[in-house]
Structure formats: structure tokens, C-alpha cells
Design a binder for this molecule. Structure first.
Ligand code: SAH
Length: 258
């Protein structure tokens, strides 16, 4: 194989992890057990895959880049617990695999939003999700009310998952280094969620779009086509609230009462 086949490709968001100490620390945080069945998004050259394979019952890796597929087949092809699929993760249905308990990915940052949507759509397939994300994007996922990062992404992700930050990761740990800093997060699906109710989810989407498109306006103003001031008072919402002041639970309450 020609060496330049594996030159990192920007359009596939290829920033390979290059520090073995860091990789070990990240894998330590995932607490991989013998019986774990893993799904890895974008294994790249297998920086994490290699160590994960030593610890788990099985690992299925979904990779879009043909050249990397060939490389991975050569390197890991004879490992019995390795399963490699050439596919766009967004087109992949994890139910094909049966039970998988952990989803892992140092994902391409240029498709972070569709990957989060894909994870939400497939959340019943996983017990735990570990993702490397661009720092600001990651911070929006776990942001709490009354902070700058809090917005629609926080509300949607937190309807479905408890999110914790494991650690920030400096760009120097990647090859090539991305332009941005990174953060490694753990997502644990919530046991009780409201998300089987599609009307409610649609209402939540409409309300949060209205509210956060006018971030600095009062809720009583930006949501006035849905709620009068009286309605808001009856729902226990301070009429001087701005969108970032309301909790995820309050948005759900609003969505239920449209
Ligand atoms: N996990 C590796 C590589 C991270 S770079 C490491 O940490 O070193 C992101 C990887 O995702 C690349 O291998 C890239 O080819 C792959 N990728 C990009 N878009 C993808 C998609 N839509 N579906 C699956 N893999 C994708």
C-alpha cells in the first residue's frame, strides 16, 4: 500500500489520536469489562481500537474511508473479536448487531450534530456512550441554565442523557492537531424519558427554536403566540425570564401544555 493513502483527510474529519498515555487514560475511564460488546465510530488507524480489543468480548468498528478499511483489515483482520464495517455511521442501524453496550468514538467534528441526532435516535441500543467532541460543542451538551453555553442542544441532549465531562484534551494530542480544543464526555441514557412521545418532542423543538432564536428577549415576548403572561404565571414561570433561565424540566412542562 502506498503510504500517502493514509494521509489524514480533512473532509472525513480525520484527526488521529497520537498519544498512547492519553489513550490509556481514556480507556481506563470507559471501565471496559470482558463481557462488553463495543461499537466504535471512525476507528481511523485503530489508535483506540487496538487497546479496546484486548479488553472486550467484541468490537464492531464503522469506518467510512476505504483506505483505512484496508489498513484496519490488515492490522486487526485476524482478531476473532473484531468486526469491521465499511459504512457511513449515519446510515448504519446498530440494531443489526444485537446487544452492544458501549458506544465509543473520537468522532469527525464536522458531523457532530448529525452524530448526536443519530445517537439520540438509537439511544435504546447503548448503556453508555463515550465521545470526543470539540470543546465548545461538548460544553453545550452538558451546559446548565444561566450559562452562555446553554441552549437547544443542551435541552435536547439532556432530555435523553445525563452528561459528564471526563477531561479536556489539548489539540497537541492529535495528528494533525485540530484548530480547536477537545473534550471527552460520557453520556448515560436516562431511565425515564419523555421521548417516546413524538408530539411532545415536536412541540419542544418548536418552543426552543422560538425561544433561543431571540435569546435576549423575555420568554413572555418570544413565546407570546403560545402563552399569555397569565399562562406563564399559572405554570410557575417568572414572566421576566429569558430563554437561558429556564430548566430542561420547565421546557418540557411548557411543551406539554401547548
Ligand atoms: N478514532 C481514531 C480516528 C478519529 S478521526 C483516532 O482516535 O485516532 C475520525 C474518524 O472517523 C476517521 O477515521 C474518519 O475516516 C472517520 N469518519 C468520518 N466520517 C465518518 C462517517 N460518516 N462514518 C464513519 N466514520 C467516519
Amino acid at each position: 500500500m502506498k503510504k500517502n493513502n493514509l494521509k489524514p483527510k480533512k473532509f472525513f474529519g480525520q484527526n488521529f489520536l497520537s498519544d498512547s498515555q492519553l489513550i490509556e487514560e481514556l480507556i481506563e475511564e470507559m471501565n471496559i469489562k470482558d463481557e462488553d460488546r463495543l461499537l466504535e465510530i471512525g476507528p481511523g488507524k485503530g489508535a483506540m481500537t487496538n487497546l479496546l480489543l484486548e479488553k472486550c468480548e467484541s468490537l464492531t468498528a464503522i469506518e467510512i474511508d476505504k483506505n483505512l478499511i484496508r489498513f484496519l483489515e490488515k492490522v486487526f483482520g485476524d482478531k476473532k473479536n473484531f468486526n469491521l464495517i465499511e459504512k457511513d455511521i449515519l446510515q448504519y442501524d446498530p440494531k443489526e448487531l444485537g446487544r452492544v453496550n458501549k458506544l465509543i468514538g473520537n468522532i469527525p467534528y464536522n458531523i457532530s450534530t448529525p452524530i448526536i441526532e443519530w445517537i439520540i435516535d438509537n439511544k435504546s441500543s447503548f448503556d453508555e456512550v463515550f465521545l470526543m467532541l470539540q470543546k465548545e460543542f461538548g460544553e453545550r451538551c452538558f451546559a446548565q441554565p444561566n450559562t452562555k453555553s446553554y441552549g437547544r442542544l443542551s435541552i435536547f441532549v439532556q432530555c435523553f442523557f445525563d452528561v459528564t465531562a471526563i477531561r479536556e484534551v489539548d489539540k497537541s494530542f492529535f495528528n494533525p492537531p485540530p484548530k480547536v480544543q477537545s473534550i471527552f464526555l460520557k453520556f448515560t441514557p436516562k431511565v425515564l424519558d419523555i421521548t417516546s412521545n413524538s408530539v411532545l418532542m415536536k412541540n419542544l423543538s418548536i418552543l426552543t427554536r422560538e425561544a433561543f432564536s431571540k435569546r435576549r428577549k423575555l420568554i413572555s415576548n418570544s413565546l407570546k403566540s403560545f402563552f399569555s403572561e397569565q399562562d406563564l404565571v399559572e405554570l410557575g414561570i417568572e414572566t421576566k425570564s429569558r430563554p437561558e433561565n429556564l430548566s430542561v424540566e420547565t421546557y418540557i412542562k411548557l411543551a406539554k401544555s401547548i
